[in-house]
Ligand binder design. Sequence first.
Ligand code: IVH
Length: 679
Amino acid sequence: MALQSNQNEKDKAKARIVKLRQLIDEYRHEYHVNDRSIMSEAAADSLKHELTELEERYPDLVTMDSPTQRVAGTPLPQFSSVAHRWPMLSLNDVFDASELESWQQRVEKLLPGEKTTYFIDLKMDGLACSLVYEYGLLVRAVTRGDGKNGEDVTQNARTINSVPLRLREDASRHLLQGYTEVRGEIVMYKADFEQLNRVRAVEGQALFANPRNLAAGTMRQLDATLVAARPLQFHAYDLLREDMDDVPTSAASYEYLRELGFNVNTQAQPASNIAALLEFAEQWQEKRLDLPFHTDGLVIKVNDREQFDRLGVVGKAPRGAVAYKYPAEQATTVVKDIVISIGRTGAATPVAVFDPVVVAGTTVQHASLHNADEIARKDVRIGDTVIIYKAGDIIPQVERVLPELRPNGTKAFDFSAALARQHPDLEFERPSGEVVTRVKGATGPLLLKRALRHFASKGALDIDGLGEKNAIALVDAGLIQDLADVYTLDKEKLLELERFAEISAEKLVQAVNRAKRPALHRFIYALGIRHVGAQTAIDLANHFGSLERLSQATLDDLSAVDGVGQVVAESIVGWFGDADNLSMLEKFKQLNVEPVQALTAGGSLEGKTFVITGSLGEMSREEAAERIRALGGKVTASVSAQTSYLVAGEKPGSSKVKQAEDHGTEQIDEQGLLELLKD
Ligand code: IVH
């Protein structure tokens, strides 16, 4: 009897499990493929939880396609190599309308008298993956590899929510039989990529270069739990079976792929002639930038699969398909200067400074030239006209020099001479076998400790409790890897260090918080840009008004600032051209550090000059001065006929009060100052 009732219970559980799986899978499909939500995430999680419990009770009811099995298994020692049933081909590229036309004419010549139509899709910038289904069940996922053999990345692919573990039952039945291969592109959406990098910036980790590399790097992880934590997407573009009679065209295969439960690009469509192809190409050239994923062109195939097969393969590429590549976003400009920036690890990075030029929608005025060898290899000279492009649509790079446009009498760039001229106070070395030239004897941590000390010092951000010893301890403990990390310190982290106790940790955190809206000139000074002292920082803040504008200043803009000569201008442009510094600035932003313009023109106190004496209750004299400057006022040390107000706190200096009386200067107390500051 007991046995009987156990069996009953198990049957009930089994029926429930089947229904739960269906519903959870429906949720996943609607959410990740159709972009619709049939229930909240919390409700779906709750169903998953129930399913997990039932499966734990009846482990023999667990199946490979259960939603609980997306992340399973232990890290692999290595990927195994798998032969592709059909080779994974690559595509020949065409770069413009006339090349596309030649391809199309060649195709039509090889199919004399036949009607040919085309199928066109966006070319996604990710990595190709082949998914193998047997009797509807996902059994293997393989990368392209060399086209003949790829790596078995099944564990990783299973974690991708838009990869169905089982083909959808309501699809055409014949497709669920036997062996079915679905090929497509694994991509990371731009928004997800940016979000991941934002988090990394906050955590002080190095930023990922671009979504494609990140997607590819992620799929090469041996531990599938790491893959599961990264949002990847699969977009299908090909369906392969022994018997393709029921799938006569690419257009039909996209229909079937959708039915089987895959994401396919909704933009893909048939095109009957070259004019339609070109229209599509034109239409997407700009619009593609708004798509959620990166595209670098289009894929155009002969729509009829039988014709496609008949056209055959040359080398590794089919005759019946072609990639139409959009031009990488490029522009030409003239190199005005090459400045060498000393990074926070002491590395000397040459940066090319250009006449500003718009590339892919943003103004570019410098690009890293990486190192002395790169400059020599490309033979970039001051005065050269160069082609620049945005790699992965983001970071500007010099592609090459146009030697035809080189002015007479230029010389190859002399890296050592430039170093000596721009940084006469430093000594450099280039360890043998390395491409990087560094400040002699200065290790990264040593420079960072110095930079940190300067950052926190009185004249800079004045962060109490961040003196020499603490700076050393924080860097040594790895809590600070760049200046922005100062703002990530919290009590918990500090208490891990011997140097900190409850109160000292609390105090430092408070001091750091107070430095979250520093005066712009102090912040500029605190960055430790070489040759930018406190006075220059004030002049720069005054002139540019924001870090944003300073970061975009050209050599000419900078030279227009009083007291800024060539060496200073070069140093500033170089600093803002250094990718490390830019990612640090981005990190400051993410951490809500907002320098405020302390010396704005046009503020409510413009033209007013203050002298402060005695001690104030609510703020320090320094703070009061900052706030006056923030509204355009001036603060000087002694009273003169030009002084507008004498701010007298507790125990004011008697000589100042006397002078104010002599000049008939208005005297106000702290309250009066606060009133003025209100405006
Ligand atoms: S169809 C015969 N369609 O481009 C090859 N490929 O060189 C048929 N790719 O690495 C490929 N988006 O992974 C096709 N919509 C798309 C694609 C696409 C990206 C990739 C593919 C391969 C490369 C082809």
